[in-house]
Design a protein. Sequence first.
Length: 325
Amino acid sequence: MAMAFSLGGDLANLGTLPLATRAPLSGPDLVNEPIKPIPTEQKLDARKVELGRQLFHERRLSQDNTISCATCHELDKGGTDRLPRSAGIHRGETPVNSPTVFNAALNFRQLWDGRAATLEEQVDSPLLSPLEMGTTWEAVLGKLRAAPEYVAAFAKLYPEGLQPPSVRDALAQFERSLVTPNSRFDQYLRGDAAVLTADEREGYRKFKVYGCTSCHQGVNVGGNMFEILGGMADYFAERGNVTVADYGRFNVTGQEEDRFVFKVPGLRNVALTAPYFHDGSAARLEDAVAAMGKYQLGRRLSPDDVDQIVAFLCTLTGEYRGKPL
């Protein structure tokens, strides 16, 4: 199910493990499962995370003080705004769907076209975009330096004080805290076979056998590679109205082989993040699964296939700060 995203750091070495072809699982193969559970512990500086949290909700980061990072990435909506396109300053519209901010730290690159290598680098994209926050670093620093609480916090935590790199770092530290472990599927992977229903286990089996795990595997169930959207059927010819944003990775590299290529999204919490794909064209998870069967697998999925795979995907919803999303 390549919704046309690799994992960073040591997680990148997990690779793609063998697909299962046996009967429905009664329990996980803890060694060879292509999906791995999210670690339940993090080592982050809580003070920087809290500063980043404040900045994440800070509307003064936008040119007209109307939107913040949280405007398009609402934590009570799965880390998205659940709109096909997000609204920037002056009610401008973003060219692509806003991906979830949850578990973004597990992606090998950021943004649909992967133009940002790190969470820190990603900060500039919405901040400087005229369609999103539409501001400049000079303007942002001027506003933040007019707030004594920010000046004091940055002076305490960063030797350089309030500068673009420290603002980027604080935001990135907060985003690294936005992981969602302990989904029912993670509990299953850790040995609790009874936590999934028969349909959910069968959906996972089909997810593997049909080839979805060739793109969606690892800790984030994706987020660790680029893939062309429409590998088995021409998605864009059938959808029509091709835009520059549809060119995906091509807009970054200029290489023809990267046209229509996108970072494969991670599927953690996917049941909460409709609509789907970079263009927000799939309104329901069922629509997205059926479309990926057609365009990425070359397979027409039956209604039972779709329902069971969706049932499995719903088990990927995790917890944030110990509470279910």
